[in-house]
Design a protein around this ligand. Sequence first.
Ligand code: ISE
Length: 340
Amino acid sequence: MEDIRIAIVGAGSIGQDHARRITRVTSGARVAALVDPDEARAREVAASVGADVAAHATVEAMLEAGEVDAVMVCSPGFAHKDTLLRTIDAGLPTFTEKPLTPDSDSAEAVLEAEQRLDRPHIQVGFMRRFDAEYQALRRLVASQDAGHLLMVHAAHRNARPTNPNYTQQNLIDDSVVHEFDVLSWVADSPVASVAVRTGRRNSLSLPHLDEPVLVLMQLENGVLVDVEMNVSCQFGYQVTTEAVFEAGVARIGQPAGLELWSDGAHRVAEHVYYDTRFGPAFDREVQCWVDAVRDGRLVDGPNAWDGYRVALACEAGVEALRTGREVAVGGQAKPAFYGV
Ligand code: ISE
């Protein structure tokens, strides 16, 4: 079977990273087109990937050229809805970076359109589900080997905000967005409510940010999850999770690798950015999606329904951040189209 031809929409850093991954790391697919409203950038990135890679300024032009089998959406979140509605219309399997869309109304529009197809076509890039340690924790929860899961203590620490335009709301909808997805997947239960507390401010944070914050979520099965969301920890990129069971405690995300005893100190290397901490997870995520497109399953990982649930949790989280109140997560009942 020939490699499937992929169009990457959005030639920014994550688009370029996925282009590199498709070209050099994963197998079964090749980048056939790059789309970016900045056509010069699209051309430049396309040329860096390969001489035969097309460049387009719009999704419509790319679809019209008819040269692709699947699409990866790597543009900013606000542009996702329009692109997804077009790829759904064209019946193309589509991987979209997180978020599915920035709000639940636009996510509902995507769900409604997707349900006109014969089966789900959209996979959402919550890469943590492909991290070996989160997968092991999910298996432990499901096995009940340590009894039922009771509580989760998580910390999500970035050395600095990932971009200078990072806002207070982004603490929830750009960062805790990952915990909303992966921890409810680990615990196999959707987020039911969210509360956020702000305490002593880190003076090293950007002037417009008031953080770290503590996010408390309750899952529908009763499990309580607390997340320290901290985007100015200075020392590195650290995502840790401690899960408390009826008869045991499990930890993932601890620093691993080379340990050095020297000069009266003991050192273990820590990640500095998400691209190394979750590098293998990104690779697995994209390989699983490519395999699913090739064998007709189309999706192997979080789907548009999961993206919608996370959009609802983010909305509740942003309201909780603004009001200081605990906010319930609402939303539609799950359509049969998305499975049980
Ligand atoms: C960024 O957008 C990500 O997705 C990273 O995984 C997360 O750690 C960071 O806080 C976000 O800004």
